[in-house]
Write a protein that binds this ligand. Structure first.
Ligand SMILES: [Zn+2]
Ligand SMILES: [Zn+2]
Length: 270
């Protein structure tokens, strides 16, 4: 099946992405729907030179699987079109992050070391995470999930209160091969919220799964001046290790490559 490279809508990818309520979704492009090869039968029947008839899965089944993986990734609706390639890397540290992301797109595998992105709001951390997950799911067909730690704990609480599905939600985040965990440290560093994050990070650590983390909280001993913690106005400069506890912090540091983006209120993304 040769993709329609002339298609202006999808540029030959065969899919488009769009917002779907809270999350992003992908769809077959109109140039692939119905499938010109199999008419959505999902298989191709052909008579070969030996005279026998062969039935094989249509190439569109791979595309459909990748689209389903993207839908399941839970990328926020507003970030559906964001790619790593679009990230504008002006500073050395931004260039290093972009290079790491592009390398991971090309060669990252389940179990590869993840990423810990530290920086103020507005420097493109969520864009970076969503762009990477877009590529892993839509281009490589890998299973990935995005979640904001605040939203995760909210969803778990709702499910727990309604006595439905909180264990399943936990299983997804503990077992998915690639997890993007945004806004780490935003939630209370004690009680059940802490236990939930500890369980996710610990189980992922034990199973050698890959986690990409973004946080507004600095690293201990990291650059002081540019990072603002949300409580800086109270005179409390908190670091990530204090927000999530030593155990979670050390496991993330062991399994993630840290990058510190010191930009202020400026979009890494164009
Ligand atoms: Zn198209
Ligand atoms: Zn097909």
């Amino acid at each position: 099946m040769s993709p329609d490279l002339d298609c202006k809508r999808c540029g030959g990818h065969g899919y488009t992405t769009l917002p779907d309520g809270r999350h992003a979704k992908a769809e077959l492009c109109t140039c692939r729907s119905p499938c010109p090869e199999c008419k959505d039968d999902l298989r191709v029947v052909e008579r070969r030179e030996d005279g026998r008839v062969y039935v094989t899965p249509c190439a569109c089944t791979g595309l459909r699987k990748r689209i389903a993986r993207y839908r399941a990734a839970g990328i926020p609706a507003a970030f559906h079109g964001k790619t790593v390639e679009q990230l504008q890397a002006r500073t050395k540290e931004e260039q290093a992050v972009k290079r790491w992301l592009l390398d991971f797109q090309g060669g990252g595998a389940p179990g590869s070391k993840g990423l810990l992105l530290v920086g103020n709001p507005g420097v493109g951390k969520t864009h970076a995470l969503c762009g990477l997950l877009r590529f892993l799911s839509l281009e490589r067909g890998l299973e990935a999930r995005y979640v904001d730690s605040f939203q995760l704990l909210h969803d778990l609480k709702v499910a727990f209160d309604q006595d439905s599905g909180s264990a399943e939600i936990m299983e997804v985040f503990c077992r998915v091969p690639f997890l993007a965990l945004d806004e780490l440290g935003k939630t209370r560093p004690e009680g059940w919220q802490h236990q939930v994050l500890d369980q996710i990070v610990s189980r992922r650590y034990d199973a050698n799964l890959t986690t990409f983390v973004a946080t507004n909280y600095g690293l201990p001993g990291g650059p002081e001046a540019p990072l603002q913690s949300p409580r800086e106005d109270l005179g409390l400069r908190e670091t990530l290790d204090r927000r999530v506890g030593a155990r979670i912090f050390s496991r993330l540091m062991e399994r993630c490559r840290p990058f510190i983006l010191t930009g202020q209120d400026r979009r890494l993304a164009g």
